[in-house]
Design a protein around this ligand. Structure first.
Ligand SMILES: *Cc1c(COP(=O)(O)O)cnc(C)c1O
Length: 380
């Protein structure tokens, strides 16, 4: 391809886009994405068509990939999420949504006549996935903090006791980072004597650091989850969206199908799979280790506590869920929302104190909100 080149215009366009991306990254506080990574050491891999076609645990004839590294990443999270030593499996996905889709797919194969229960604060992609899988489902109401309403859940399951129960639990909801308590959900199932059930944990937002904080929220395999999905580009950080899904190997075995063409098993949602993203996740996991990741989580929580306090200091009724890095506050002026890329719903907005957010940035945002407030209060 080297005898061809971009025109000056096209080169300019790229340069301009790069400047825009840099600027927008600087003012980016409303979505849960880490921006503090540096993967320069991995750049040589960008020269190769890395593809982890098929099941990571079954070798493929296609050998330009990172399966060994991918397995290490899955092992790391399986252990972090206290999966039974001989009964875990998983793969690096294209993101949390794919991991959730996978969990639901496994649940449906195990319980084709099951009813899916999930709270109204559940990520928007789940409804679409339920539609794709054609699964019956019921939305459960939430408490004010965004956590599932256990009473409504219990009453609703009671009315459908003849059907297997499939729970999509939120481990950090999109808007308020509320965590549904899987041990409480298990108690309800026990009380109602439900024999057939499946619990999937949507840990896209806080699954990866929930295992690193005290007190440890009830969300993992030891607490009763059957599968857990996380996003890799959120807490860990990756230039390409990605995620990890961990499930019980015994369940995955029920859907495995061997495919001669790839010399592997067709156990994943997509055929060709990103062979680069496992490298990014592996790199951060290895570099930081559990100790470094814990420190990373502690830092986020500290900045979140600081932000909550600073918002309150200027008279805003800010709040956050226990041990969460999402700080909720009344929706600010549209100019501020656009600049800092802040989502809003029902006149509430939030910032998410990802690892790269500093107290200085919080100060800057708070100063701008104060300035706009003064402006709008000034006599015309
Ligand atoms: C981000 C998020 C998702 C979707 O994950 P992607 O990685 O964007 O596909 C699902 N659920 C929750 C709670 C999330 O925060």
């Amino acid at each position: 391809m080297s005898k061809y080149s971009l025109s000056t215009n096209e080169e300019q366009l790229l340069a301009q886009l790069l400047e825009e991306v840099k600027l927008n990254t600087r003012y980016f506080m409303g979505y849960p994405v880490s921006k503090d990574f540096s993967y320069a050491e991995l750049m040589p891999f960008m020269e190769y068509p890395m593809n982890n076609l098929g099941d990571p645990f079954v070798p493929s004839t296609y050998a330009v990939g990172s399966r060994e590294i991918e397995k290490e990443v899955v092992r790391f999270f399986a252990e972090l999420f206290r999966a039974q030593a001989d009964d875990w499996w998983g793969y690096v996905t294209n993101g949390g949504s794919e991991g959730n889709l996978y969990g639901l797919y496994l649940a449906r194969e195990l319980h084709p006549k099951g009813m899916v229960y999930y709270s109204e604060a559940t990520h928007y992609s789940v409804q679409k996935n339920l539609h794709l899988l054609n699964m019956s489902n019921i939305v459960i109401s939430t408490q004010d903090n965004g956590e599932i309403d256990y009473e409504d859940l219990e009453n609703t399951i009671r009315m459908n006791r003849h059907m297997p129960v499939i729970i999509m639990a939120n481990i950090g909801t999109t808007m308020t980072e509320a965590r549904d308590d899987i041990s409480k959900i298990r108690q309800i199932l026990k009380k109602l004597a439900i024999k057939h059930y499946y619990i999937h944990a949507d840990g896209a937002l806080s699954g990866s650091y929930s295992a690193l904080i005290e007190p440890r929220p009830a969300f993992d395999f030891a607490d009763g989850a059957d599968s857990i999905a996380i996003s890799g580009h959120k807490f860990i950080g990756s230039p390409i969206p990605c995620g990890v899904v961990v499930a019980k190997k015994s369940n995955r075995d029920r859907i495995a199908r061997s495919v001669a063409y790839i010399g592997s098993m067709d156990t994943t949602i997509s055929g060709s799979r990103n062979g680069h993203s496992p490298l990014f996740l592996w790199y951060t996991i290895k570099k930081l280790g559990v100790k470094g990741l814990k420190e990373r989580a502690r830092h986020c929580l500290e900045v979140a506590a600081y932000a909550e306090q600073q918002f309150k200091a200027i008279g805003l009724p800010a709040w956050r869920n226990p041990n969460s890095i999402t700080v909720n506050f009344p929706e600010p002026d549209i100019r501020i929302r656009q600049k800092w890329q802040l989502a809003a719903e029902n006149s509430w907005s939030h910032i998410i104190c990802m690892p790269n957010i500093s107290k200085n940035q919080i100060d800057e945002l708070v100063a701008e909100i104060t300035a706009v407030k003064k402006q709008s209060l000034a006599p015309v």
